[in-house]
Design a protein around this ligand. Structure first.
Ligand code: HEC
Length: 216
Protein backbone atom coordinates (compact mmCIF):
# COMPACT_ATOMS: atom_id res chain seq x y z
CA UNK A 1 0.00 0.00 0.00
CA UNK A 2 1.52 3.36 -1.12
CA UNK A 3 1.61 6.01 1.46
CA UNK A 4 1.57 9.76 0.86
CA UNK A 5 5.35 9.99 1.23
CA UNK A 6 5.90 7.45 -1.56
CA UNK A 7 3.51 9.25 -3.90
CA UNK A 8 5.25 12.56 -3.24
CA UNK A 9 8.69 11.14 -3.99
CA UNK A 10 7.28 9.45 -7.13
CA UNK A 11 5.94 12.79 -8.36
CA UNK A 12 9.28 14.45 -7.53
CA UNK A 13 11.17 11.73 -9.46
CA UNK A 14 8.79 12.11 -12.45
CA UNK A 15 9.27 15.89 -12.36
CA UNK A 16 13.06 15.48 -12.42
CA UNK A 17 12.84 13.07 -15.39
CA UNK A 18 10.57 15.47 -17.32
CA UNK A 19 12.95 18.35 -16.56
CA UNK A 20 15.97 16.35 -17.79
CA UNK A 21 14.08 15.39 -20.98
CA UNK A 22 13.08 19.02 -21.44
CA UNK A 23 16.67 20.20 -21.05
CA UNK A 24 18.01 17.50 -23.34
CA UNK A 25 15.53 18.40 -26.08
CA UNK A 26 16.79 21.99 -26.06
CA UNK A 27 20.39 20.95 -26.58
CA UNK A 28 21.49 20.43 -30.16
CA UNK A 29 24.94 20.36 -31.65
CA UNK A 30 25.12 22.67 -34.71
CA UNK A 31 26.39 19.87 -36.93
CA UNK A 32 23.28 17.74 -36.39
CA UNK A 33 19.66 18.78 -36.64
CA UNK A 34 18.62 16.08 -34.14
CA UNK A 35 15.56 13.92 -34.76
CA UNK A 36 13.09 15.14 -37.30
CA UNK A 37 9.71 13.57 -37.89
CA UNK A 38 9.28 15.08 -41.35
CA UNK A 39 12.51 16.47 -42.83
CA UNK A 40 11.65 19.23 -45.30
CA UNK A 41 13.28 21.23 -48.07
CA UNK A 42 15.05 23.50 -45.59
CA UNK A 43 17.54 20.68 -45.31
CA UNK A 44 18.25 20.40 -49.03
CA UNK A 45 21.64 18.98 -49.97
CA UNK A 46 23.99 21.86 -50.74
CA UNK A 47 26.62 21.94 -53.45
CA UNK A 48 29.71 24.13 -53.57
CA UNK A 49 29.36 26.70 -56.36
CA UNK A 50 32.56 25.67 -58.09
CA UNK A 51 32.39 22.02 -57.09
CA UNK A 52 31.39 19.03 -59.20
CA UNK A 53 28.48 16.63 -59.28
CA UNK A 54 27.59 13.41 -61.00
CA UNK A 55 24.28 14.38 -62.59
CA UNK A 56 25.11 17.15 -65.10
CA UNK A 57 26.90 16.07 -68.27
CA UNK A 58 29.76 18.50 -67.69
CA UNK A 59 29.71 17.79 -63.90
CA UNK A 60 29.94 21.51 -63.04
CA UNK A 61 27.73 22.80 -60.22
CA UNK A 62 27.93 26.35 -61.49
CA UNK A 63 25.49 26.65 -64.41
CA UNK A 64 25.34 29.05 -67.33
CA UNK A 65 22.06 30.85 -68.07
CA UNK A 66 19.83 29.12 -70.61
CA UNK A 67 20.88 30.03 -74.16
CA UNK A 68 19.14 33.19 -75.30
CA UNK A 69 18.44 34.43 -71.77
CA UNK A 70 18.57 38.21 -71.46
CA UNK A 71 19.22 39.75 -68.03
CA UNK A 72 16.49 42.23 -67.16
CA UNK A 73 17.30 45.89 -67.53
CA UNK A 74 21.01 45.54 -68.17
CA UNK A 75 21.23 44.43 -71.75
CA UNK A 76 19.58 45.32 -75.00
CA UNK A 77 20.21 43.09 -77.99
CA UNK A 78 22.50 44.70 -80.55
CA UNK A 79 21.10 44.07 -83.99
CA UNK A 80 24.11 44.95 -86.10
CA UNK A 81 26.29 42.02 -87.07
CA UNK A 82 30.03 42.13 -86.60
CA UNK A 83 31.18 42.71 -90.16
CA UNK A 84 31.66 45.68 -92.51
CA UNK A 85 27.97 45.61 -93.50
CA UNK A 86 26.94 45.77 -89.83
CA UNK A 87 29.36 48.67 -89.32
CA UNK A 88 27.93 50.60 -92.29
CA UNK A 89 24.32 49.88 -91.28
CA UNK A 90 25.03 51.05 -87.72
CA UNK A 91 26.46 54.24 -89.20
CA UNK A 92 23.34 54.78 -91.28
CA UNK A 93 20.56 53.75 -88.89
CA UNK A 94 21.79 53.72 -85.31
CA UNK A 95 21.08 57.17 -83.88
CA UNK A 96 21.40 58.82 -80.48
CA UNK A 97 18.42 57.95 -78.25
CA UNK A 98 16.22 60.86 -77.22
CA UNK A 99 16.84 60.61 -73.48
CA UNK A 100 20.46 61.82 -73.61
CA UNK A 101 20.80 65.07 -71.65
CA UNK A 102 23.35 67.08 -69.68
CA UNK A 103 23.34 64.51 -66.86
CA UNK A 104 24.15 61.79 -69.44
CA UNK A 105 27.03 63.94 -70.63
CA UNK A 106 28.43 64.12 -67.09
CA UNK A 107 28.05 60.33 -66.76
CA UNK A 108 29.68 59.92 -70.17
CA UNK A 109 32.70 61.96 -69.10
CA UNK A 110 32.97 59.95 -65.88
CA UNK A 111 32.92 56.66 -67.81
CA UNK A 112 35.26 57.98 -70.49
CA UNK A 113 37.84 59.02 -67.91
CA UNK A 114 37.69 55.55 -66.36
CA UNK A 115 37.64 53.34 -69.46
CA UNK A 116 38.88 55.27 -72.45
CA UNK A 117 41.19 58.06 -71.34
CA UNK A 118 44.03 55.63 -70.61
CA UNK A 119 44.56 55.43 -74.39
CA UNK A 120 42.55 58.27 -75.93
CA UNK A 121 43.60 60.86 -73.30
CA UNK A 122 41.12 62.77 -71.11
CA UNK A 123 40.79 65.39 -73.87
CA UNK A 124 40.54 62.79 -76.67
CA UNK A 125 43.83 63.81 -78.30
CA UNK A 126 45.26 60.28 -78.37
CA UNK A 127 47.75 61.03 -75.61
CA UNK A 128 46.59 58.82 -72.73
CA UNK A 129 49.19 57.62 -70.21
CA UNK A 130 49.83 54.20 -71.77
CA UNK A 131 50.51 55.91 -75.09
CA UNK A 132 52.55 58.87 -73.92
CA UNK A 133 54.20 57.82 -70.66
CA UNK A 134 57.98 57.96 -70.78
CA UNK A 135 58.13 55.39 -68.00
CA UNK A 136 56.73 52.62 -70.18
CA UNK A 137 59.32 50.74 -72.21
CA UNK A 138 57.05 49.88 -75.11
CA UNK A 139 54.27 52.44 -75.10
CA UNK A 140 50.96 51.46 -76.64
CA UNK A 141 50.52 52.58 -80.27
CA UNK A 142 48.46 55.77 -80.20
CA UNK A 143 44.79 55.55 -81.20
CA UNK A 144 43.49 58.03 -83.76
CA UNK A 145 42.97 61.60 -82.56
CA UNK A 146 39.23 62.34 -82.26
CA UNK A 147 39.77 65.76 -83.81
CA UNK A 148 41.08 64.51 -87.13
CA UNK A 149 39.26 62.92 -90.02
CA UNK A 150 37.77 60.39 -90.47
CA UNK A 151 36.92 60.35 -86.73
CA UNK A 152 35.68 63.92 -86.65
CA UNK A 153 32.75 63.09 -88.91
CA UNK A 154 32.33 59.46 -87.82
CA UNK A 155 28.59 58.94 -87.21
CA UNK A 156 27.50 58.07 -83.68
CA UNK A 157 26.21 54.68 -84.87
CA UNK A 158 29.67 53.64 -86.07
CA UNK A 159 31.18 54.86 -82.81
CA UNK A 160 28.65 52.80 -80.88
CA UNK A 161 29.47 49.78 -83.06
CA UNK A 162 33.24 50.13 -82.49
CA UNK A 163 32.90 50.61 -78.73
CA UNK A 164 30.52 47.65 -78.57
CA UNK A 165 32.57 45.21 -80.68
CA UNK A 166 36.01 46.78 -80.37
CA UNK A 167 38.22 47.63 -83.33
CA UNK A 168 41.70 46.23 -84.02
CA UNK A 169 43.82 47.24 -81.01
CA UNK A 170 40.82 48.53 -79.07
CA UNK A 171 38.98 45.86 -77.11
CA UNK A 172 35.19 45.43 -77.03
CA UNK A 173 33.25 47.18 -74.26
CA UNK A 174 29.95 45.30 -74.57
CA UNK A 175 30.70 43.28 -71.43
CA UNK A 176 31.95 46.28 -69.45
CA UNK A 177 29.45 48.99 -70.32
CA UNK A 178 25.74 48.44 -70.76
CA UNK A 179 23.70 49.81 -73.65
CA UNK A 180 22.93 53.15 -71.98
CA UNK A 181 26.50 53.61 -70.81
CA UNK A 182 27.89 53.13 -74.32
CA UNK A 183 25.49 55.81 -75.55
CA UNK A 184 26.57 58.17 -72.78
CA UNK A 185 30.25 57.70 -73.54
CA UNK A 186 29.72 58.14 -77.31
CA UNK A 187 27.60 61.21 -76.57
CA UNK A 188 30.53 62.61 -74.62
CA UNK A 189 33.01 61.90 -77.44
CA UNK A 190 30.69 63.55 -79.97
CA UNK A 191 30.21 66.55 -77.69
CA UNK A 192 34.00 67.00 -77.38
CA UNK A 193 34.16 66.92 -81.17
CA UNK A 194 31.32 69.41 -81.51
CA UNK A 195 33.04 71.71 -79.07
CA UNK A 196 36.21 71.45 -81.16
CA UNK A 197 34.36 72.14 -84.46
CA UNK A 198 32.58 75.13 -82.89
CA UNK A 199 35.82 76.56 -81.54
CA UNK A 200 37.53 76.20 -84.93
CA UNK A 201 34.54 77.78 -86.68
CA UNK A 202 34.65 80.65 -84.18
CA UNK A 203 38.32 81.14 -85.01
CA UNK A 204 37.32 81.33 -88.69
CA UNK A 205 39.15 78.32 -90.10
CA UNK A 206 37.69 75.14 -91.67
CA UNK A 207 37.56 72.41 -89.01
CA UNK A 208 39.33 69.69 -90.95
CA UNK A 209 42.28 71.88 -91.92
CA UNK A 210 42.80 73.05 -88.35
CA UNK A 211 42.26 69.54 -87.02
CA UNK A 212 45.69 68.39 -88.13
CA UNK A 213 47.41 70.98 -85.98
CA UNK A 214 46.02 69.29 -82.85
CA UNK A 215 47.47 65.95 -83.90
CA UNK A 216 50.26 64.86 -81.65
C1 HEC B 1 43.70 50.12 -75.17
C2 HEC B 1 43.57 51.43 -75.73
C3 HEC B 1 42.15 51.91 -76.00
C4 HEC B 1 41.14 52.07 -75.10
C5 HEC B 1 41.14 51.77 -73.62
C6 HEC B 1 40.02 52.59 -75.85
N1 HEC B 1 40.36 52.74 -77.17
FE1 HEC B 1 39.20 53.54 -78.62
N2 HEC B 1 40.61 53.12 -79.97
C7 HEC B 1 41.86 52.61 -79.71
C8 HEC B 1 42.56 52.37 -80.97
C9 HEC B 1 43.95 51.81 -81.10
C10 HEC B 1 41.66 52.75 -81.99
C11 HEC B 1 41.89 52.67 -83.52
C12 HEC B 1 41.26 51.40 -84.03
C13 HEC B 1 41.50 51.26 -85.52
O1 HEC B 1 40.85 51.98 -86.28
O2 HEC B 1 42.35 50.44 -85.86
C14 HEC B 1 40.47 53.24 -81.34
C15 HEC B 1 39.36 53.73 -82.01
C16 HEC B 1 38.29 54.32 -81.41
C17 HEC B 1 37.18 54.95 -82.11
C18 HEC B 1 37.01 55.05 -83.60
C19 HEC B 1 36.26 53.82 -84.05
C20 HEC B 1 36.03 53.72 -85.53
O3 HEC B 1 35.01 53.14 -85.89
O4 HEC B 1 36.88 54.17 -86.31
C21 HEC B 1 36.30 55.41 -81.15
C22 HEC B 1 35.00 56.14 -81.38
C23 HEC B 1 36.84 55.01 -79.88
N3 HEC B 1 38.05 54.37 -80.06
C24 HEC B 1 36.23 55.26 -78.68
C25 HEC B 1 36.62 54.68 -77.48
C26 HEC B 1 35.86 54.73 -76.28
C27 HEC B 1 34.52 55.45 -76.12
C28 HEC B 1 36.56 54.04 -75.34
C29 HEC B 1 36.15 53.75 -73.92
C30 HEC B 1 34.91 53.07 -73.72
C31 HEC B 1 37.78 53.57 -75.97
N4 HEC B 1 37.78 53.96 -77.26
C32 HEC B 1 38.78 52.87 -75.30
C33 HEC B 1 42.38 52.34 -78.47
C34 HEC B 1 41.65 52.33 -77.30
Amino acid sequence: MMNLKNIKSLIAAAAVIVLIMFQASCYYPKSSPGWEYMPDMANAITYETYGENSFFGDSMNSRLPVTGTIPRGVYSPFHYSMNPTGYDSAGAYLKFPGWLDSASLADGKHLFDIYCAVCHGTGGKANGPIVSSTQIKNPYPPPPNYFTEPLLSLPEGKMYYSVHYGKNLMGPYSKVLDHDQVWKVVYYVKSMQKHFIDSVAAAGAPATAAADTTKK
